[in-house]
Design a protein around this ligand. Structure first.
Ligand SMILES: [Fe+2]
Ligand SMILES: [Fe+2]
Length: 337
């Protein structure tokens, strides 16, 4: 079992007091001690970070405020408590106000007061840690967002007929998923999968993509590999993020007539069932090398006709509702959803 005890450092030049505090806390915490500021700083430099440091004020060489202000500079996440006699009250108040110290306790201090202060300090440390994690997560999300949009633009740059397609499919897919009650995690996954659903087309020769006229069978069979290629590109994201699976399944159809695996019904991921509908609508509304746009009415008629056979009934219904009753329109530019 991992060591879950919190690391606490106590600094005091009174060895008796140091020993009694160590005894008091060591059953529940990993307690280390030092008899001076410099000794404590040395210990902190050579060991994993402490969650809480409790320091006496009056120590020879370096006083408690000096030591804790140094600790604040070097280890800002470590919560700092000062133990001080009444005579040093003014200094202690100043130190608290300057932010070096989370709390000060006046000596002599009862075990209960010390216990409570340590518990509060550990809670404070937990808050600081959570805040930092939250900040890191936000930065990571921004980074991921940039990478996903970059890759999305990359695949579209090779094919003028694909320009903006993945963005529009994403906007419609998310609007449908919202209607269908997808949770926040599923929405995040769907968004990334939709933005990258045709990423496998990077392996299709540009000539096949841009050439006017109907494709030959062998050319079409190369294009049909793109869901599988997309899966291969993204499968390392892991099972918690079924982005790759959704991409692999976005051309599957409810009756098993799709590709590449010929999956049917509930064997198709619900995100893939949503993207499949959005993908068909946008493809039919867009110009293609071999035909002009068919228009939204024809696209919606196709979804209505294939409802429950080719396309998931609920996904199809939400798409029809969005366009016919809720005034949904495709965004004109990336980021408009
Ligand atoms: Fe596709
Ligand atoms: Fe597509």
């Amino acid at each position: 079992m991992p060591n879950t005890k919190a690391r606490v450092l106590i600094v005091d030049d009174d060895t008796n007091l140091l020993e009694s505090m160590r005894r008091q806390f060591s059953a529940r915490h990993e307690v280390l001690t030092a008899q001076s500021g410099p000794e404590a700083l040395e210990l902190m430099a050579s060991s994993p970070p402490f969650k809480v440091v409790i320091s006496d004020f009056k120590m020879a060489g370096m006083d408690g405020i000096h030591f804790l202000s140094r600790t604040a500079e070097l280890y800002p996440d470590t919560v700092r408590i000062l133990l001080t006699g009444f005579a040093n009250l003014e200094n202690a108040v100043q130190a608290v106000n300057q932010g070096f110290i989370y709390r000060f306790l006046s000596k002599p201090c009862s075990p209960e007061t010390l216990d409570q202060a340590l518990a509060d300090a550990l809670r404070q440390h937990g808050l600081v840690e959570a805040q930092r994690e939250n900040y890191s997560l936000k930065r990571f999300k921004t980074l991921l967002e940039g990478i996903v949009l970059g890759f999305s633009a990359l695949v579209e740059a090779r094919d003028p007929y694909l320009a903006g397609h993945q963005t529009r499919v994403t906007a419609l897919s998310l609007a449908m998923a919202r209607e269908l009650g997808f949770g926040p995690d599923d929405m995040d996954i769907l968004r990334i999968a939709a933005l990258l659903h045709d990423i496998g087309k990077v392996y299709v020769p540009a000539d096949f993509l841009n050439r006017p006229g109907i494709l030959r069978d062998e050319e079409f069979s190369v294009i049909k590999m793109h869901p599988e290629v997309g899966y291969d590109i993204l499968k390392n994201l892991g099972e918690d993020w079924p982005v790759a699976t959704i991409i692999r399944q976005h051309h599957e159809r409810m009756d098993g007539s799709g590709y590449p695996q010929g999956l049917a019904g509930d064997d198709i991921d619900k995100g893939a069932r949503v993207i499949a509908v959005a993908d068909v609508v946008d493809a039919m509304c867009s110009h293609r090398p071999y035909r002009p746009s068919l228009g939204i009415d024809v696209a919606l008629a196709e979804i209505e006709k294939g409802r429950g056979v080719l396309y998931d009934s609920r996904a199809a219904d939400s798409c029809l509702r969005l366009f016919r009753e809720k005034g949904f329109q495709f965004p004109l530019a990336v980021g408009n959803f």
